[in-house]
Design a protein around this ligand. Sequence first.
Ligand code: ZN
Length: 458
Amino acid sequence: MIRQSQKNQSLASILMFVSGFVLTGICLFLFFRAAPVPTLKRNVVSAQVSRSDTIVKNYDITYPVFHVEKVDMILRNYATHQVDDFLHKLGIKKDDPGSNITIKYTILHYGTRTTTVVFHSREQVVNQPVVESQKMMTFDLVAQTQLDFSAIFNDKKAAEALLARILHDYFQHDTPGVLSSPELVHLLTFELAGSRNYTLDDDRLIVYINPHQLTSTEGIVPIAIKKELLVNVLKEPFQRVDTSLVQSVVEPPVYAIETMPHHEVIIDPKGKLLALSFDDGPGSLTPKVLDVLKKYDSRATFFVIGRQVLPFATTVQRTVAEGNEIGNHSWNHPKLTVLSYDHLQQQIQDTQHAIESVAGGYTPVLMRPPEGVYNGAVVSYLNAHGLTMQLWSIDTLDWLNRDSRVVYDRIMAGAADGRVILLHDIHPTSVEAVVRAIPELVSQGYQLVTVSQLHQYR
Ligand code: ZN
């Protein structure tokens, strides 16, 4: 719905121009904080850019006048700069009748403290495609400054983290399937600086973003976030109810976030990621591993043996419910390379069906061949049936050395970002080692994730 105009020098000059006001604005903001809110004239009028120094009239640019001196100056300067830039682009063909620019504005919100204006621009330079773009500007009417998005928050980093979390959780839980995992990760790198499109409503912050590609203005959706969710990060003057005089004239927000973000582990792809994997279960010791994972907000992957699934059905259900991953480890642990096609199929599919039937349709996507033994036939069978073969990067040899200190030391020595560690949740020594290792790994900054989660980022 919105086209990004091509990069031009005008944008850079406007940004430099505007940033000067933003810096001034911070000082003014501090000054005005203590001052009483002045009564504002509420009659907005439209003004038109009209220049006497040029004979060219192939532009039609209007902007609002709020009778707030410095805000009006910013808007007037913005509008006149658009004419300058347009004429600059035309060069010597200034009077070409095929070239023209039209800029209209809409007031999205007009309150006692803030207002948001959006300029809609349509530009035609002869022999070039029409470029349509949109520019949103929010002003602090009391401080008389343009309000950079980051200027409405106390702590930029905390605000970025909170908004990223709210957006991530919202799209993951309330609109499942709308965004892919990499797109969700993109939301975690939400940067205030890259987002100028927002409105501060009476009780909501509305961000206009493209959730699929945060830096693009194409496919933008308005997302409303209740101010209650932002109470710890919004600067005090913007927390107050801002009685609107002019109601929004655009469509209501597509998504309204009106609940608290879900509390679950969000992966920071910039941090260290480690995937613990457990083979040959489920068994009677598996719940001990699940307990410690849960206690430390961690996840792991369990490559289960098909015939164990039904006897330990509740353990399998709990494993999935707590966000862990289940992989296929064959029905009864044969060497897959010696099997006929039919037997291979049976080993894999019987296990898939067992897991699906006890875990509410959960379908594993990873398969680890017993003993890590495979050949081309095994790999092509798995690939043809929606499974990816998954080995490991660190083998603790915990089945051989039944000493929890040895296993613990191998886990800690093998831990590194991006690695997959092989363990077995059927040996008491392994489980003991894991119960000690998980808190230690977490305290060293590791995010313990599933193998599939690891693949999303590494
Ligand atoms: Zn095994």
